[in-house]
Design a binder for this molecule. Structure first.
Ligand SMILES: CC(C)(COP(=O)(O)OP(=O)(O)OC[C@H]1O[C@@H](n2cnc3c(N)ncnc32)[C@H](O)[C@@H]1OP(=O)(O)O)[C@@H](O)C(=O)NCCC(=O)NCCS
Length: 475
């Protein structure tokens, strides 16, 4: 059986278009500080009319293969996680096959996984399980998380975002799975869902989704601790992992979630927290589960107690989610990418715990061990390839009015056919794919921006869907 199976390489893409949360607050007439301090968000990336989840995933997969010099023939499984529905039948994975078909590789298993923000985790588990299984053929797995998170006008709108992440899976990985250490919580709830197929926007019960998320954190942590005790023969506490990474719809919820873990540790073993913490959390020890989710005093006290540990174990994971927003399936892995960006030189030998949540609901807490590894699959090279600072710095800020205009155009185009986009790629870096046209049969056509031109589709980089030879002449 393959050993130390996990993530060998990562690349991330987020659109260059963004809007500052402070400006959005003013524009929306929200009280000053609501989005920036209240939700804890700094900025939000969004797709303009030339980008979507397919173009972003074409960009990130092409970039990963090029930058780590991976032969496309050596990919044997490709799994996509997304909740941004473009087609009810044809998977995003099949669009990505264009990259591999060119090299004669059509022998690639895997399709898309969907359940709100959890699809990426399902895709990742599928790939890791494949490499660990009898059906593994010795080739790489590839996981893509791609989403554009947009909300109707209202309180949820500032919790949008957009990104795609690609992760290469194989043995002897610098980011290896402790596959037995997983705790899940799955249940039937209507907290956030997308029943209206004519609209990209979800139906969301914001308050319920917050409570469901926190309940899932508690339940997954309990199940995780139980598994840890079963397989490791000792009790788990927060001190057994160096970092905790959360799915991040907005940063405030991450702060609250980590505080819940501290409260859980206190309840399971009060000697795991210091005297001051005991005194602060003691009064809440007898609350029922339901009462504890409603108690603002507990929320405040546990966040206060957790603050120093949060700064140490969670804060380094928050950069991209605060800057880019909720990326749905990509959100957790963008948080993890932030950790690699910030701490790559000191991560070897450390355990990192991840918490994945998808409304509806599905959630899992799982464990990774970080290890030294050879170039190109080293943590420092992953950080270099991702170039998070460079990508954040080269974004273009739009005023909120233009962000809203863009959303209106996207609403109009959603599910539409027979339109061409502006093909304006002035904001895109070379190598980025973009949508050029949706034809009368709803077939979508993409081009790749080359170094030379920003407005004309590339002769040799044209990628088309629905055309047998993969070349869309005239588009
Ligand atoms: C998350 C969501 C419910 C928040 O919207 P809302 O109900 O209008 O926001 P609130 O009134 O609760 O304000 C948000 C926070 O900002 C705080 N706040 C409000 N105004 C503020 C101000 N001027 N300065 C500082 N903080 C402020 C509130 O106290 C609250 O913090 P708290 O949760 O610690 O109490 C909404 O954005 C949403 O539905 N998002 C989509 C669903 C989602 O992401 N769910 C997460 C789980 S998947």
């Amino acid at each position: 059986m393959a050993k130390n199976v996990g993530i060998l390489a990562i690349d991330i893409y987020f659109p260059p278009a963004c809007v500052q949360q402070e400006a959005l607050e003013t524009h929306d007439g929200a009280s000053k500080g609501k989005y920036t301090i209240g939700l804890g968000q700094d900025c939000m990336s969004f797709c303009t009319e030339v980008e979507d989840v397919i173009s972003m995933s074409l960009t990130v997969v092409t970039s990963l293969l090029e930058k780590y010099e991976i032969d496309p023939k050596l990919v044997g499984r490709l799994e996509v996680g997304s909740e941004t529905v473009i087609d009810k039948s044809k998977s995003i994975k099949t669009f990505l096959m264009q990259i591999f078909e060119k090299y004669g590789n059509t022998d690639i298993e895997g399709v898309d996984s969907t359940n709100a923000c959890y699809g990426g985790t399902a895709a990742l588990f599928n790939c890791v399980n494949w490499v660990e299984s009898n059906s593994w053929d010795g080739r790489y797995g590839l996981v893509v998380c791609t989403d554009s998170a947009v909300y109707a006008e209202g309180p949820a709108r500032p919790t949008g975002g957009a990104a795609a992440i690609a992760m290469l899976i194989g043995p002897d990985a610098p980011i290896s799975f402790e596959s037995k250490l997983r705790g899940s919580h799955m249940s039937h709830v209507y907290d956030f869902y997308k029943p209206n197929l004519a609209s990209e926007y979800p139906v969301v019960d914001g308050k319920l989704s917050q409570t469901c998320y926190l309940m899932a954190v508690d339940s997954c942590y309990k199940n995780f601790c139980h598994k840890y005790e079963k397989f490791e023969g000792k009790q788990f506490s927060l001190s057994d992992a160096e970092y905790f990474v959360f799915h991040s719809p907005y940063n405030k919820l991450v702060q609250k979630s980590f505080a819940r873990l501290v409260f859980n540790d206190f309840l399971m073993n009060s000697s795991s927290v210091d005297e001051v913490a005991k005194e602060k959390l003691g009064p809440f020890a007898t609350l029922s589960g339901d009462e504890s989710y409603q108690s603002r005093d507990l929320e405040k006290a546990s966040q206060q107690v957790a603050k120093p540990l949060y700064d140490q174990k969670v804060q380094p994971t928050t950069l991209i989610p605060k800057q880019v927003g909720n990326m749905y399936t990509a959100s957790l892995y963008a948080a993890f990418a932030s950790l690699i960006h910030n701490k790559n030189s000191t991560l070897a030998g450390k355990r990192v715990i991840l918490f994945s949540y998808g409304s509806g609901l599905t959630a899992t807490m799982f464990s990774l061990q970080l290890r030294d590894s050879q170039h190109p699959f080293s943590l420092s090279n992953i950080a270099r390839v991702m170039d998070v600072d460079g990508k954040l710095k080269s974004r273009h800020e739009f005023p909120p009015e233009e962000f809203v205009e863009n959303l209106k155009l996207m609403e109009h185009r959603y599910g539409g056919k027979e339109f061409v986009t502006s093909k304006d790629t002035s904001l895109l870096s070379p190598g980025t794919f973009y949508l050029t046209e949706v034809d009368s049969m709803y077939r979508r056509f993409y081009s790749k921006k080359t170094k030379e031109s920003s407005l004309t589709p590339a002769e040799n980089g044209v990628i088309a869907n629905g055309v047998a030879n993969g070349i869309a002449n005239g588009h």
